[in-house]
Design a protein around this ligand. Structure first.
Ligand code: AKG
Ligand code: FE2
Length: 326
């Protein structure tokens, strides 16, 4: 019997985050994800090699080394088949990973138990979600080292700041968890406790014209961040206004995490061209999706729709011309 989870709501509201151990069973919940990604990397590397896009399929290398070599050869866009959302320009063939092991994480009853305690029992899975597979930095080409939040460090930001403005009234909750232990050396997440009380802060593009890589300028942020070392199986539940970032992976192992988001049914998702689906509803249980194929279809249909209607994809809220961004 797995134990019920104690959710300290008062602490969440005070600190802006809650770290909970043993949300996932590493063997039953996380190992299948590792296997799913090992097969995906195998397939993708073989395909790219057969098409002459990479120098080798690197089949003899362990996962993290293989991933780094494949990315070095193919370039930053090669990350897209591994991620679990559609971002950047979307065409009918934009790759995204939609597998059963990932679906089981998104709909995991113990995650939803905590989400329900924090935002109520009518819950939608928000489409702003990522997998971040960060190989040891020394294995990656220089071009990946800075400002690539998927494979290297992440700048300080609030998740509300990276969604479109219609999300402002939405009670969006971020759930971040490591696939393997996350440490200071391998690039764990950092938070500024209680920063959610400051409201939405200015975000600047890290490079001029680069609307997708945002950070809160240091003059505004201050310097009281705190690293969160986390064990495999644990999960962090974070308010949409909590400032957070992540460190570089200076270790010899992979730094691998998922970040998912949830919100109450009926509120805007901040990416309304992507699918939001009901994961739990006591009032309309027939709306819940339990089949990963149905979920994958929602994503494919959304992709086809955006490919045919590019204006469905809305711009982010910051321009970079604000004085503090200079
Ligand atoms: O894992 C990371 O590097 C950043 C994660 C993040 O920003 C998030 O989960 O919202
Ligand atoms: Fe974030």
């Amino acid at each position: 019997m797995v134990s019920a989870i104690h959710v300290d709501r008062e602490r969440f509201e005070r600190e802006g985050f809650l770290l909970i151990d043993d949300v996932f069973d590493p063997v039953a919940d996380l190992d299948p994800v590792v296997r799913e990604y090992t097969a995906l990397l195998d397939e993708t590397a073989a395909d790219w090699h057969a098409r002459g896009l990479i120098d080798s399929a690197y089949a003899d290398l362990p996962f993290a080394e293989r991933f780094a070599h494949v990315l070095n050869d193919i370039g930053p866009d090669g990350y897209r088949p591994f991620d679990i959302t559609l971002s950047g320009p979307i065409t009918e063939t934009t790759p995204v990973h939609l597998g059963p092991a990932v679906f089981n994480l998104i709909t995991h009853p113990r995650v939803l138990e905590v989400v329900q305690a924090l935002i109520g029992g009518e819950i939608v899975s928000n489409p702003i979600q990522h997998v971040r597979i960060k190989p040891p930095e020394h294995l990656l080409n220089q071009k990946f080292h800075a400002r690539n939040t998927m494979v290297s460090a992440t700048e300080w930001h609030q998740d509300q700041g990276v969604a479109t403005v219609d999300v402002d009234g939405t009670d969006m909750l971020t759930v971040w968890f490591p696939v393997f232990d996350s440490t200071i050396e391998n690039g764990c997440l950092c938070v500024v406790p209680r920063s959610h009380k400051r409201g939405l802060l200015l975000h600047c593009p890290s490079k001029p014209g680069q609307a997708f890589d945002l950070r809160i300028p240091e003059v505004i942020r201050g310097s009281n961040g705190q690293p969160l070392v986390m064990k495999r199986g644990s999960a962090l539940f974070m308010h949409r206004l909590t400032m957070h970032s992540s460190l570089r992976n200076l270790s010899h192992g992979v730094r691998w995490s998922f970040d998912l988001r949830y919100q109450p049914v009926g509120q805007p998702s901040g990416r309304d061209w992507l699918p939001a689906f009901v994961v739990r509803s006591a009032s309309a249980p027939n709306q819940e999706i339990h089949d990963w194929r149905e979920w994958a279809d929602l994503w494919r249909r959304a992709r086809a729709h955006v490919a045919a209607n590019p204006s469905a994809q809305k711009p982010r809220r910051w321009t970079g011309t604000e004085a503090e961004c200079a």
